[in-house]
Design a protein around this ligand. Sequence first.
Ligand code: ACO
Length: 430
Amino acid sequence: MAQVVDARLIVDGNSRELGIERSTIGNDGLAIPTLLNDTGLVTMDPGFMNTAACESSITYIDGDAGILKYRGYPIEQIAGGSNFLETAYLLIHGELPTEDQLNALSNRVGRHMHVHEGIKSFLNAFPRDAHPMAVLSGAISALSTFYPESVGRSEEQLELATVLLLAKSATVVAYLQRRATGGELIEPRPGGKYVDEFMRLAFSPASGELDIDPTVRKALDLLLMLHADHEQNCSTSTVRMVGSSQANIYAAVSAGIGALSGPLHGGANEAALKMFDNIKASGGSVEQFVSDVKNKVEGARLMGFGHRVYKSYDPRGAEVKKVADTVLADLGGNNETFDMAKRLEEIALSDEYFIERKLYPNVDFYTGLLYSAMGFPTPMFTPLFALGRMPGWIAHYREMMNDPRNKIGRPRQIYTGETDRTYVPIGERG
Ligand code: ACO
């Protein structure tokens, strides 16, 4: 598309020149900071389909071409060569770390994986069948009360909060897994590698060592990297919105976890697996289910399909499908469901309804199957997504704190209610 050089808005015959915000790649933006003052008009854009709320240099997506880049590096290269903590460093600090920098982060995170006894009591106070996303959101918010020295907007405080969030969220998610399966909590050991220590905390038998399957380790590391950031998605925008009021990073991330829990966002991995189970329970007809989806039968939506930005394919979904083939073959996971998922994908991809609407499998279509094969129960899928997304939320919060143009998020509205009524005391109402 040729670069726009001139943009004008005509209101009641009066023409105004609009500024253009230039991107390095991707969509430029129309600047309208004084629109309301100049014209008395606001813009209306439900779901922010066309609205940029900030500048960002963290992640780039080209939804038509199926491109995702972290700090300029294609996701396929990250997936093939990096690991989760290195990816976290890249997203948060903007550059790949040196070996010393990565070791320093890894050691620091490892030293902070223990959690305060109060947090353990707090986790134990929730009902055993509580949804882990609600518990996780509460636990992350509570971190500010246990580690007040990390609360604030100075670089040192934000660096400490970064380490604490990466470290404690892994321990909390692992503890939630142990609780869900009836196990006792075990203590983190400093010095371990991030993914190994997370798996040990989640799966280690009460006595004896966990023998970590290298295929599972690699797959989990990959899934965390693939989820690490996705620019201004619903949960990240929530983190930014909460942070824009200068609320602390724990409050902002906790709110992001709430946003992620919805079935249209991170909750889709859990919803997709439930969908596969429901299709099986009702006789296994994939064709019938697709027909119900197309006819918009209540409750029939193809979970794990479609994306606000990707309109050709989700490059993360392609990586997940590749690894699902290896892991499920290796672990002898739920191949029957995997085969059904692949059939469902094939039918949907050749159906006019999905083609017309540009609906493709997103990252969540196959992740549930993988998590399940690794031994995670269904409600743990979205907390695992949250663990992966932690670096992205942190990076965006920190980027925003250093952005001189940051303002408190405060949208306008088009009011459509009553205009002028007189209060009637309760005894006089008809
Ligand atoms: N199954 C069936 N139809 C769908 C689906 C789907 N998964 N997704 C979109 N459509 C249809 C809509 O019904 C609509 O059809 P219409 O034009 O006949 O009304 C059309 O496609 C456009 O869909 P919208 O909902 O307007 O698209 P939007 O960009 O607002 O939503 C979303 C994107 C929420 C991801 C949607 O595709 C969806 O609900 N997908 C299923 C849930 C899911 O997998 N979410 C995970 C997203 S990835 C992530 O957050 C990590």
